[in-house]
Write a protein that binds this ligand. Sequence first.
Ligand SMILES: NC(=O)c1ccc[n+]([C@@H]2O[C@H](COP(=O)([O-])OP(=O)(O)OC[C@H]3O[C@@H](n4cnc5c(N)ncnc54)[C@H](O)[C@@H]3O)[C@@H](O)[C@H]2O)c1
Length: 271
Amino acid sequence: MSEKMDNRVAIITGAAGGIGAASARRLAADGATVILADIDAKAVEAIAGTISGSHAYRVDLTDEESVQSLTSTVAERFGRIDILHNNAAIQNDAQRQKDLDVVNLDVAAWDMAMSVNVRGAMLMSKYVIPHMIAGGGGSIIHSASGFGVQGEATLTAYGASKAALIQLNRMIATQYGKQNVRSNCMVIGFVLTPLAIESTPDVVKDILLSHHLTPELGQPEHIANLVAFLASDESSFITGAAIPIDGGVTAHQPSYADFQKLFAAMGSGKL
Ligand SMILES: NC(=O)c1ccc[n+]([C@@H]2O[C@H](COP(=O)([O-])OP(=O)(O)OC[C@H]3O[C@@H](n4cnc5c(N)ncnc54)[C@H](O)[C@@H]3O)[C@@H](O)[C@H]2O)c1
């Protein structure tokens, strides 16, 4: 265990999921006391059981009282809150099947995406920031998505919620920077979480990889590395940023993959 994060207390929401669990594992390895929070109590307890010195709590981010109770319990029990990873999102199968193009989406799916992905992150920030200020400062890290900056044929509510999260990040950074509370946003691309490995056909993975500038697709640990950096003092001059972490998918021309295919068919890898 490193001593980089010694005496720091971190809350990670959606910690039963692939990225949240990796973030928790990494912050714990860096020495932080890690609080894993999720609506799925059984799953988050199972993950906390594999991370020494971590603690599992159930929270429902759609419920203000539940958020308030989590944050006050953590502050009372551990004395401070230094790091918040706003990572939870509603993206199970039932939600995805209802979150379609604008004309066909189920309005309940829109409300649910906004409630968990943005309102939940706002509530966590609202109740954590006073503890951060009382402790001399803190770092908030949000899990946004490429769906919040680029259009897509489906997942309208998810995309709109992630765009709102990117702006919430700037508001928090602007409002509490002078009190030493930083806020940064990760604009995450496709990540091979256990769920994604199971639910993504190889043909889809190949299409996604053709749009990456890196040789491989992303892993949860890639995201956890950025969380660890943004949580640490090494990033003390970075706030209000929306950092793409997507293997370069949003860095290139939309025609990039098509041209690569065309050049390969022509027997040349060059422009
Ligand atoms: N995996 C990817 O490819 C990818 C890409 C871009 C962005 N992201 C973002 O990264 C984050 C984590 O992604 P993941 O793939 O690990 O997700 P995941 O679906 O595996 O985990 C999300 C977690 O949030 C929890 N959750 C849902 N509703 C909740 C509520 N009301 N209260 C508390 N917890 C709740 C779920 O139980 C789940 O454990 C999400 O915000 C996601 O949008 C992921």
